[in-house]
Write a protein that binds this ligand. Structure first.
Ligand code: ASP
Length: 351
């Protein structure tokens, strides 16, 4: 394995802390002009790769990210797909896991690296984590195998030493440099003195297929988190939201919910009229297994489908993606229960 000398990378700056500097007069964080990136990261000149940049104007705080901006990113990547060996997306950390999940579904047949990164401290700050994240992300996006194919042909997030599958990742820390975790899927690469890739867990796409970009989303979805004491009227109102098509229901443990008669009845009635209800555990690690306890079986019987070991970020973006393509409820349920881009591990678990 070696790193190609003349790789080319498109660095796309969407916004977020990494591209900010501190205004010396006010102390406030402000976005800097990305054309001046070399000034802040002179190390970029030392890369053997050709690095070109594209900047969102204005830069977007990731709390303002939305499907039309995901589509913009997909368009940039697909328009430039043949020109570059890999893509690095600089993105705010807050919703990075949602964008990475969405892109993993939107970029069908992807066989080049799309590496997301960002930072907790702006690149203009002395102790910034941004420089190392940026430099290693570029290295990963440029890396090739001995046969010349990309080392990481998938959407991934690089953050503080670890490369994680995008649609398996969750932001778990607002303070530490180690801000992201992938609880149910192994780290794809670890950057120490060397970058050690776990080739067994990196996706193996069919390189004969051509990239098929997708742009459509339906945002008539909701995440509903259960809690002890949740009221009948709350559930009733959520399930009756006009035009609502799908719910990610965050349950307890291995996919359990209160055994209230009204809850099962309402869920059954909602799934029968076409609402797709996906069960995702509030636990970060482990999976939904609805047939394990009585408190889960009744959900399965009410038509709730398993989200297996997927993240909320991937379940909600996958639902929006599938519904955006006009699939009927049964087809959406079927696709939710089958892996599209490495987002769930189905084999290990029961329904
Ligand atoms: N609020 C910022 C964002 O997500 C935080 C960050 O970049 O880390 O855009």
């Amino acid at each position: 394995m070696c790193q190609e000398k003349d790789a080319s990378v498109l660095l796309i700056y969407t916004g977020g802390t990494i591209g900010m500097i501190q205004n010396p007069d006010t102390g406030a964080l402000e976005s800097f002009n990305f054309d001046h990136l070399q000034k802040h990261v002179p190390e970029l000149k030392r890369f053997n790769s050709r690095i070109e940049t594209y900047q969102f104007t204005p830069p977007i705080d990731s709390s303002d990210m939305e499907p039309k901006l995901w589509a913009k990113l997909v368009k940039i990547i697909s328009d430039n797909y043949e020109k570059y060996d890999g893509f690095v997306v600089l993105h705010g950390t807050d919703t990075m896991a949602y964008t990475a999940s969405a892109l993993s579904f939107m970029l069908e047949n992807l066989n080049k690296p799309v590496i997301f990164t960002g930072s907790q401290l702006p690149i203009g700050v002395l102790r910034t984590d941004g420089k190392e994240n940026l430099i290693t992300a570029i290295e990963i996006a440029s890396a090739k195998r001995t046969d010349g194919t990309p080392m990481v042909p998938e959407v991934a997030i690089f953050f503080q030493h670890n490369l994680l599958r995008g649609n398996r990742t969750t932001k778990t820390n607002a303070e530490n440099f180690n801000a992201f975790n992938s609880f149910n899927y192994p780290v794809l690469a670890h950057a120490g003195i060397h970058i050690n890739y776990d080739l067994d867990h990196i996706r193996k796409p069919d390189s004969s297929r051509v990239l098929k970009p997708h742009y459509l989303f339906d945002t008539n979805v909701i995440v509903l988190s259960l809690f002890p004491g949740i009221q009948e009227k709350t559930i009733a109102n959520v399930l009756r939201i006009p035009d609502l098509k799908a719910v990610v229901m965050r349950t307890y443990g291995s996919g359990n919910a209160p055994q209230k008669e009204w809850l099962v009845r309402m869920l059954k009635e909602a799934t029968e009229r076409g609402l797709v209800v996906v069960n995702i555990s509030q636990c970060m690690s482990g999976a939904v297994e609805m047939r394990r306890y009585g408190t889960g079986i009744h959900l399965a019987e009410a038509g709730v489908i398993s989200g297996y070991d997927g993240t909320v970020e991937s379940a909600i973006t996958k639902l929006m993606f599938l519904l955006g393509h006009g699939l009927p409820p049964d087809k959406v349920r079927y696709r939710m229960n089958n892996c599209l881009a490495g987002e769930i591990t189905k084999e290990k678990y029961l329904l």
